[in-house]
Ligand binder design. Structure first.
Ligand SMILES: [Fe+2]
Length: 171
């Protein structure tokens, strides 16, 4: 299935974000490692929360596997550059979005998918920016390859959200 360009981010990332990212590439790589691990964790958590939803579990299994693969690839680049894995303060937007998730089902699942979709969309956009602006040619190529793959989980999430929305009256 072909999908149109992702257009639902309200604002594009700023030029200042790109400049900061290029100036602090070690932090960006470390943050990226955390993001891949968290993405795999979110997929696993949803699998535990909804074990009987077969279509969802199949989609989440593929996402968790793919995100762990990305986690491994980013960690390899950290190791090559002598950057130690370590804690990093989480940016506030993930927690802010999660706080908006409604408590009752099926809205809780729908909102969880929407939040994951938004986070994936921003990540997709930023992988593209890093692929374009990163001064390290090998890393730039790596980001472009991740960007090409990153749209698959996003569309899977949105397709499932759409299916859920149509099969329940959650507005
Ligand atoms: Fe990923």
């Amino acid at each position: 299935m072909t999908h149109p360009t992702i257009k639902f981010l309200k604002q594009p990332s700023s030029q200042a974000w790109v400049e900061q990212a290029i100036a602090h590439f070690d932090t960006i790589l470390l943050d990226h490692s955390h993001c891949e691990r968290k993405a795999a964790g979110v997929a696993l958590n949803l699998m535990f929360r909804y074990p009987a939803r077969e279509k969802l579990v199949r989609m989440l299994t593929a996402i968790a596997r793919e995100e762990l693969e990305h986690f491994e690839q980013v960690n390899q680049r950290l190791e090559e550059r002598g950057i130690a894995l370590g804690p990093l303060a989480a940016p506030p937007y993930g927690a802010g979005l999660s706080a908006q998730i409604r408590k009752q089902e099926p809205e809780r699942l729908l909102d969880s998918l929407l939040v994951s979709g938004l986070i994936e969309a921003r990540s997709h956009e930023r992988l593209g920016l890093l692929g374009e602006h990163c001064p390290d040619a090998e890393l730039a190529k790596f980001y472009r390859s991740l960007m090409a793959k990153a749209s698959a989980p996003l569309w899977g999430i949105l397709d499932f959200g759409n299916y859920l929305f149509r099969s329940h009256s959650c507005d």
